[in-house]
Structures are given as C-alpha cells and as structure tokens.
Design a protein around this ligand. Structure first.
Ligand SMILES: Nc1ncnc2c1ncn2[C@@H]1O[C@H](COP(=O)(O)OP(=O)(O)OP(=O)(O)O)[C@@H](O)[C@H]1O
Ligand SMILES: [Mg+2]
Length: 300
C-alpha cells in the first residue's frame, strides 16, 4: 500500500475491477481480460504495472482514464467516484497519437485550445522548450524522429498540468539510448527538476523559481501510473512495481516497494546491487506468467 494512502485520499484507486469483452463474433465466448484488480496510486507516487503481453495492462489504463467503464468494480480519483472521463489525468498512449496535420506546436496547443486557455501558444512553446524541442515547433510529426515525436507527446500531456499521469509503454518503440534519455527526462520533469537541469547543463545554477525538490518530497509531484512490460524500466523509474498475472482474468500477483534512492539515473541505477536484488525477486514472480502469456499468444 502507498505510504500516503492512509493520510490522504489516493490519487487513483481501483477496487475489484473486472473487464469483460464480447467475443470476436456472436458465437465465440466473452473474454474476461482482468478480474479482481485492486490497485492504488498515492498522491505523488510513481507506480509501474508490469505483466505479460496481452494480459490487460492497456485495458486497466483505459479504465483509469475513464475511457472504458469496468464490467465490475469501481474507480476513485482523489476519493471521488469516477463516472466519465478522468479529468484529473493526462494520458500518453502506447501508439503514436499526434495529429499528423498539425505542427508540433499545434499538437501541444490542442488540449489547451479545447479548454479555451487564452495563452495556449505561449504555454505550448514553453513546454516544447522544456522537452528540448524549442526549435522544432513548426515541424509536422512526419518531419520528426520517433524520439522527438515522443517528446511532443510528453509535452502534450504535461502542458495540461494533470494531477495524474497515465503512461502506456510510452517509450517501447525507441532505441535503448533514446529510451534511457527519455526515461531520465520523465523522472526529472516528475521531480520538478527538469527546468533546472536544462537551464544549467552543469547542474550548478539555481533552479527556476528556486524549485528543486528534496528527493523524498512528494507534495508537488504528480501521481504516475506507468505501464510497461520491461521490468528494468519499471524498477528504474518507480516507487512501487505491481506485477500482473497472464490472462484471462489477469490480476495483481505481487507488489514490490522500490527503495532505490532518488534522484536516479536509469542507466546508472541498473548497475547497482540493490537493483539486481529487486530484479531477481520480481522476476521470480513474473517469469512463469510471461512464459504463459507468450504460449497463449502462440496458440491463439
Ligand atoms: N475492445 C476490446 N474488445 C475485445 N477484446 C479486447 C478489447 N480490448 C482488449 N481486449 C483483449 O483483452 C486482452 C488485454 O488487452 P490489453 O490491450 O489490455 O493487453 P496489454 O497487456 O496492454 O498487452 P500489450 O503488452 O501487448 O500492450 C487481450 O486479450 C485483448 O485482445
Ligand atoms: Mg498494451
């Protein structure tokens, strides 16, 4: 359980959630992807969910976003029942989600315009700078690299200043180096240190607005629910890792607090003994499920 869960309402709480889908045609049976899923993300907490391919990770994120109503169970957002779209959450999708007919800047602006925010252009420009794309605002998605497109998506999500960030394997399509850069960038932005690092590449200048969180300060951080099938990524980024079983009726089978100190560099932290201990313990729970999930896909 999150350390904050008793002190204040959790940012996100799933209680006994199940999702059952119709079969491929009228004759085939219904498929229960997830069942009995209870999951909490405390305010300011970074929680990863790992599980085999096809087990129901994206399904759970869709439930948390309010895009999919669960067949059973309920969802609470900061203590209030979620009934429609989760307006406290920003969502970074698994697939490419930029509008190809809009420039990078226009993509980042889109949500702000929709909300009628008056200085949408300036805010979007500021966020593009924060993700290192200040000079690329007039480029269309097809004129950007895969990593750049992910940065635009990140700015598009964060510009709306959501209290909860939902991320569905956001970097799985990237090469390993770009991926690690992006993972560090997300951790920086999450910890509120992104501005500082960029303003002072050597890390020596004072952060803008005097803002640099102590490693344990959660008060100004967003709650993050991060979906991945990459256990290394989950451990390197998170406060807590939740493991899901293979489907059908996938459900949590283990939960691990990640006690690696912050701030973290995702590449460096992987070389530590504690990381390896955690990896061994979690993989012990996950291994059978990953093999099961893989066999199921081959048989389908
Ligand atoms: N709308 C839907 N209709 C029917 N079946 C669905 C629907 N959405 C998901 N499923 C099924 O539910 C299961 C879980 O799908 P989901 O996309 O949540 O898995 P996942 O864990 O995100 O997989 P991956 O790691 O490959 O992204 C799969 O068997 C999928 O085919
Ligand atoms: Mg998925």
């Amino acid at each position: 359980m999150s350390p904050n869960a008793t002190a204040e309402p959790a940012a996100l709480r799933l209680h006994g959630v199940a999702c059952t889908f119709a079969g491929k045609d009228g004759a085939s049976p219904r498929y229960t992807a997830v069942r009995d899923v209870s999951l909490t993300v405390g305010a300011g907490e970074f929680v990863s969910v790992v599980g085999p391919t096809g087990c129901g990770k994206s399904t759970l994120l869709n439930v948390a976003a309010g895009l999919l109503a669960p067949s059973a169970g309920r969802v609470e957002v900061f203590g209030a029942a979620l009934t429609g779209i989760n307006r406290r959450a920003g969502y970074m999708f698994q697939s490419e989600s930029l509008m190809p007919w809009r420039t990078a800047l226009q993509n980042v602006m889109a949500g702000l315009e929709f909300r009628g925010v008056p200085d949408a252009r300036a805010l979007a420009g500021e966020w593009l700078r924060r993700v290192g794309l200040g000079g690329f605002g007039d480029r269309y998605p097809h004129q950007l690299s895969g990593g750049m497109r992910k940065r635009v998506s990140l700015a598009q999500t964060l510009v709306l200043d959501p209290d909860i960030i939902l991320m569905d394997e956001p970097f799985s399509a990237l090469d390993i180096q770009t991926r690690q850069l992006m993972e560090n960038e997300v951790l920086d932005l999450w910890a509120g240190a992104g501005d500082a690092r960029r303003a002072a590449p050597g890390g020596s200048a004072a952060p803008r607005g005097g803002r640099r969180e102590a490693p344990e300060d959660r008060s100004s951080r967003k709650a993050v629910l991060f979906i991945t099938h990459d256990l290394d990524e989950a451990i390197a980024m998170s406060d807590r890792v939740v493991c899901l079983s293979a489907g059908p009726a996938s459900h949590p089978i283990g939960e691990f607090a990640i006690d690696l100190p912050r701030p973290r560099d995702v590449a460096e932290v992987r070389a530590t003994g504690r990381f390896n201990e955690l990896h061994t313990a979690i993989w012990g729970v996950l291994r059978e499920e990953v093999l099961k999930g893989y066999q199921q896909q081959l048989a389908a």
